[in-house]
Design a binder for this molecule. Structure first.
Ligand SMILES: Cc1cc2nc3c(=O)[nH]c(=O)nc-3n(C[C@H](O)[C@H](O)[C@H](O)COP(=O)(O)O)c2cc1C
Length: 378
């Protein structure tokens, strides 16, 4: 059953499944993608760690919150634009880095990059992309785009990746820190995502194919490089280029403070979409303590379970500057390639504008803590 199934409207399915207009909600794209993407890979996309408690809680956390409407505000003109680390963007959400877009649709990361850039949306691309980071940049030269870094066993390879990202016009390095080892992912394992099935990677010789080590935990401990890495890695990375460092995978005030003390310009409150530490808090629940610790010194973003305009407004009300969208981008890509990603981004935009109107917020700077009501009674 899909994450969003049950939330779609009732009524007959639109006859032309391949038409954009058939996709009235993200759940429609999820369902279309579930039929088109190879089952083993679909389990990889949809699954989380272990019992998927954290995966489910990422959504449930939004359901526990309430929004306070504000009526009789002139909402004729709504402005969802903002900046993310100085990049002007058309909305306060961005495309999360996710691996292997080429296994979802032949448009691969180029389709995602074109769709995001055309929509004026920031997109982050994974070290484990199917296309090379240069091909992705060439597909949508205007960006804006960030490069997500997984550390390589040799620092020289890490350095080359950063240099390539600088050369290809990426405007930040997103260092993912919540994957020193790969979690046990039961659904993925049972779904048959075997070692042999790991798809080809686009970034060439600089990638030590860490994914090849994802077959068993033993392989993983031997092949993954970053089990022995500490906070000084941020200092080392900062010395490589002028690009700002965004640390992704922070869930506590302590870790957020450390990241910022080491020079991170932003942190992403994230549990990797419930794919790493099962039992970790929902991203939305972890957000307030991180904002309290570093919100005045760094930008704070959130990802995990963001599916609706109301989710975006809740996260912004709790102090996030922007939110990341993970799986829904892959649903769009799986459903219709680049066009499906465009559809996901435009559905989110419509939904965000609707929520802004209903909460009487005409621009992003008007979304503050007063937009949140009490927790929903259980
Ligand atoms: C299929 C898949 C692949 C992912 N690959 C990466 C990756 O390569 N690097 C990374 O930092 N995060 C990766 N993530 C995590 C996302 O960046 C993001 O944190 C998460 O998907 C957000 O939650 P959501 O899917 O509920 O929106 C991946 C997530 C998924 C679902």
């Amino acid at each position: 059953m899909g994450e969003l199934s049950g939330s779609r409207g009732v009524g007959p399915r639109a006859p032309q499944e391949t038409s954009e207009e058939a996709f009235l909600s993200l759940g429609d794209l999820e369902e279309a993608a579930s039929r088109k993407v190879a089952p083993a890979f679909w389990n990889y996309v949809q699954g989380g760690a272990a019992e998927e408690i954290t995966l489910r809680d990422n959504r449930a956390a939004f359901h526990r919150r309430t929004l306070r409407p504000r009526v009789l505000v002139d909402v004729t003109e709504l402005d969802p634009t903002t900046t993310i680390l100085g990049n002007a963007v058309r909305a306060p959400y961005f495309v999360c880095p996710t691996a292997y877009h080429g296994s979802i649709h032949p448009d691969a990361e180029m389709g995602t990059a074109r769709a995001a850039s055309a929509a004026g949306i920031l997109a982050a691309f994974s070290t484990l992309s199917s296309a090379s980071l240069e091909e992705i940049a060439a597909a949508a030269p205007a960006g804006p785009r960030w490069f997500q870094l997984y550390l390589q066993p040799e620092f020289s390879a890490t350095r080359r990746l950063v240099e390539r990202a600088v050369g290809a016009g990426y405007s930040a390095i997103v260092l993912t820190v919540d994957l020193p080892v790969l979690a046990n992912r039961d659904r993925q394992a049972h779904g048959g995502f075997a070692l042999a099935a790991w798809p080809p990677l686009g970034n060439g010789a600089d990638i030590s194919a860490p994914a090849r080590g994802f077959g068993t935990l033993e392989d993983h401990f031997t092949l993954r490089p970053d089990t022995g890495v500490g906070w000084e890695i941020i200092d080392r990375l900062r010395a490589l280029s002028d690009l700002p460092i965004v640390v992704k995978g922070i869930l506590t005030a302590d870790d957020a403070s450390r990241a910022v003390e080491h020079g991170a310009r932003a942190v992403i409150v994230s549990n990797h979409g419930g794919r790493q530490l099962d039992g970790a808090p929902a991203s939305l629940d972890a957000l307030p303590e991180v904002v309290a610790a570093v919100g005045s010194r760094a930008e704070v973003y959130l990802d995990g379970g963001v599916r609706r305009g109301s989710d975006i407004v809740m996260a912004l009300g709790l102090g996030a500057r922007a939110v990341g969208i993970g799986r829904p981008i892959l649903w769009g890509l799986g459903a219709e390639g680049e066009r499906g990603v465009r559809r996901v981004l435009s559905l989110l935009m419509t939904d965000l504008l609707t929520t802004m109107a209903l909460t009487g917020r005409r621009r992003i700077s008007e979304i503050d803590a007063s937009v949140l009501g009490p927790m929903r009674p259980t």
